[in-house]
Design a binder for this molecule. Structure first.
Ligand code: SF4
Length: 233
């Protein structure tokens, strides 16, 4: 990833998605293409860490960043919803109960209020592990940290805008370029490219099957949600 400019990373990512999906109107090729793309994103982060002798503080069960507001595109939400079908029944049942609560909590907040409030993601299990780690949204994959003390401070002081950014700048830029390439590929193919609050979008995807039909028909997937994109990719 480091050998390429952000623009070439963007172009490569975008082309990979467009080529993978082609003109398909079926969800399966889309999910297969996304699995490859998102897996590559994880691999590239690991490769960059090793090649540049960085040492990220991220480790299993460290969940400070899982209380941030996460925005995801429709393609990520339906990919995630599809993956959740493979969860063991007890894990799925517990997740759905958390999702009901988190959906109600987040929809009562304005976007600025949510950005200044810790709301534990419904996908985070009791063991502080993501129950859908392999299908998590792209922004979660870029949440690497070179200093866990900054993560802790941001968690303890969610209204504090002065907590230093603890990401590696070059890696952050490269990853964002790839994510933007993915999102722009869907946008160019006329799919809904709105950024949706993750829990609210996921709740609709799981409880209202017609949302997936709308998405595949290239309509707004979740017209009842405010499509307010606040996270710059
Ligand atoms: S989707 Fe998973 S990784 Fe992302 S915030 Fe939720 S629990 Fe954390």
């Amino acid at each position: 990833m480091s050998a390429n400019s952000p623009f070439s990373i963007y172009q490569i990512a975008k082309q990979a998605i467009i080529t993978g999906i082609a003109q398909s109107s079926d969800a399966n090729p889309i999910f297969t293409t996304m699995a490859t793309f998102l897996g590559n994103l994880d691999d590239n982060l690991s490769r960059f860490e090793n090649a540049n002798q960085l040492k990220f503080d991220c480790k299993p069960s460290c969940d400070y960043c899982c209380s941030y507001r996460v925005e995801a595109r429709a393609h990520e939400i339906f990919y995630l919803a599809n993956a959740l079908e493979s969860l063991p029944q007890d894990v799925l049942t517990a997740f759905k109960a958390r999702l009901d609560t988190t959906k109600a909590t987040t929809e009562a907040l304005t976007v600025p209020e949510h950005l200044a409030t810790n709301v534990r993601c419904s996908l985070l299990g009791e063991d502080s592990l993501c129950v859908a780690y392999n299908a998590r949204p792209a922004l979660c994959r870029n949440a690497h940290s070179t200093d866990v003390s900054s993560c802790e401070l941001a968690y303890k002081e969610p209204t504090n805008q002065d907590v230093p950014n603890n990401r590696d700048n070059a890696l952050d830029q490269a990853t964002r370029s790839a994510i933007l390439g993915m999102n722009d590929a869907f946008k160019d193919m006329d799919y809904d490219d709105t950024g949706y609050e993750l829990n609210q979008g996921l709740w609709l995807a799981l409880t209202q099957p017609e949302t997936k039909t709308r998405w595949l028909n290239k309509e707004k997937a979740f017209p009842t949600l405010e499509g307010n994109i606040t996270t710059v990719v």
